[in-house]
Design a protein around this ligand. Structure first.
Ligand SMILES: [Zn+2]
Length: 297
């Protein structure tokens, strides 16, 4: 059966549709304006739109004209200017850590938490810089958690927490931070949260689960979860707007890369290649079966 619609009715309906479109546009404008007048949304939006593709890592390139020599790893680690730490362990659902893994942690008495030894000085410096900038104290809500503690957290928090064996908190390299009145997701609403998110790369830390990284990390934005990776890695990762997964993946085994006065190499054999001369070096396993050596030249 055909329904006949009168001309006048059709005109009326057209008018109503137009009014609805205008109304919707108006509502969207207001919502848009509301959102973008909020500092934290502006901050997060900027972070999202500034990201570059994972293969364009700023200012880092393959080393040319570098004199290298072959040494045994054992022999290399005996040098006084070579430090071994755990700063570049990649931990996620794919690269898990063992239930019995015990990292090199240090107890911070005044905060009553344990963090990885290698992150201590960097965290003090970041806290100091924040205090100088905003007058706020950077508190720690959680840092090192062993396997059993992570199991408990998973049971309590469910989906938001990582599975035991997949949490960076088991390395002591992850530090959950907050300032007075601004914890968790609202940390980024504070001036302090924005300072920490923007500047932590200069102090050896990265935002491990950045706003643009969910596709790679599988974890949504956590502005409070800092991860120590050390310099210059934190600067490269932060400035390039990539995830830690992208970063580790970027280094081809056996190749040498330069960044400012650093040389970085990822290798996986007992006999390694090192530059003929360097000032100092930091060696860390990456939890994918390789080690990453960071030379200061
Ligand atoms: Zn965390």
């Amino acid at each position: 059966m055909k329904i006949k619609v009168k001309n006048s009715t059709r005109k009326k309906m057209g008018k109503i549709a137009k009014i609805l479109v205008v109304l919707w546009a108006f509502v969207f404008l207001i919502i848009g304006f509301e959102l973008f007048s909020k500092n934290e949304i502006k901050f997060v939006a900027k972070d999202y739109f500034l990201r570059v593709s994972s293969r364009e890592i700023g200012s880092i390139e393959k080393a040319k004209h570098l004199d290298i020599k072959k040494v045994s790893l054992e022999e290399f680690l005996c040098n006084n200017n070579v430090t071994v730490d755990e700063s570049l362990l990649l931990v996620n659902e794919k690269y898990k850590i063992n239930e019995n893994y015990v990292p090199q942690v240090i107890y911070l008495e005044e905060r009553d938490v344990e963090i990885n030894r290698c992150a201590k000085d960097a965290f003090d410096e970041l806290s100091k810089a924040l205090f100088e900038k905003t007058g706020e104290t950077l508190f720690i809500s959680s840092a090192y958690r062993d396997y059993d503690k992570q199991k408990e957290v998973k049971e309590e928090e469910g989906k938001i927490a990582q599975n035991p064996g997949c949490s960076e908190h088991q390395t002591g390299l992850a530090i959950d931070v907050f300032v007075k009145n601004f914890a968790g997701k609202s940390f980024i609403k504070s001036q302090s949260g924005q300072f920490v998110n923007e500047k932590c790369g200069d102090y050896g830390f990265i935002i491990r689960y950045p706003v643009f990284g969910e596709g790679k990390t599988g974890i949504s934005y956590e502005p409070w979860h800092l991860r120590y990776v050390g310099l210059p890695h934190s600067q490269i990762i932060s400035n390039s707007k990539i995830t830690f997964e992208d970063y580790i993946n970027f280094f081809e085994l056996g190749d040498f890369y330069t960044y400012e006065n650093y040389v970085i190499t990822r290798q996986n054999t007992n006999n390694i290649f090192v530059p003929e001369s360097y000032e100092s070096a930091v060696v860390s396993e990456d939890n994918t079966g390789a080690i990453i050596i960071t030379f200061k030249m």
